[in-house]
Design a protein around this ligand. Sequence first.
Ligand SMILES: NC(=O)CC[C@H](N)C(=O)O
Length: 256
Amino acid sequence: MAVGVLALQGSFKEHIVALRKLGVDAVEVRKPEQLSGLSGLIIPGGESTTMAKLAEQYKLIPALKDFGISGKPIWGTCAGLIFLADKAVGQKIGGQALLGGLDCTVHRNYFGSQLNSFETELPAPPALAEIGGSENFRAVFIRAPAIVDAGPNVEVLAALDVPSGESGASSPGNEAEEKGQKVIVAVRQGNLLATAFHPELTGDTRWHSLFLKMVPKGGKADVPVKAVEESASLIRPFTDPKDLPVFRDASFLVFE
Ligand SMILES: NC(=O)CC[C@H](N)C(=O)O
C-alpha cells in the first residue's frame, strides 16, 4: 500500500516523515500519472492559492478530482482543507480553483494573518481517542482556515468556540464569528478527512493513523457517514499558545 502526498509546495515533507514513521510507503506526487496505484492522498498545508495555481499548471486538477470521486481517501490539512471544500470565502481577487467534494464552506484565513497563528489543545474526538494516547491533541493553527458551514453528511471531529470579534476574519461570509459561535476545525465526510490544523508538525501521529484507517486494504474502506453531532465536549475556548511545535528526527530520511 502506498500513500501519496501532494508535493507542489507547503508541508509535504513533514507528512512523508509521519507516514514513514508509521511504516507506510509514502510517495511525493507532482504529476497526474503518479496518482495511479496510490491507495490514498494527503494534500498538505501551505498556501492554497499558490497550490491551486501549481496544480493547474501541472495539469493535476482533473486527476485529483477523479481520485476523490473514485472513493479513495484524501486528507486535506489547512490549505488542503480549503482545496477540498465545495465553497471558500475570503479568497484573493480572482478566486482560486477548488477540488471540492467536501460539503463545507471554508473561510480561508479565518483566524487572521500569519501573526495570529497559535497553538492550543483540543479534546480528541472518539475516532482519535480509540487509537490511544492522550485525551487531548495539540492543534497548531498557522494562518488557518475554519469551516463556517457544513452540510448534513459532514461529521464534525473538532470545533473551537470563537468569542465574537476575536477570529481576525473580516469577511462578511463569517457568520459564525458574527454570532459568537463555534467554528469547525476538523471533519470527515465519506472518503474525505480535513483538518484546519497541522498534525504533521507535532510528534502525535494519531491523525495519520486515523487517515490510514480510511485507506482500503484490498477492498473498500469502512468509512462511516454520520450527521453533524452537536457535541459540547468537542468545543473549547482558546487557551494561551504554549511553546512552538518542535519538528525533529527527519535527518534519517532521504528525500528524492
Ligand atoms: N497553513 C496553511 O495551510 C494556511 C492556508 C492559508 N490560509 C491559505 O489560504 O492557503
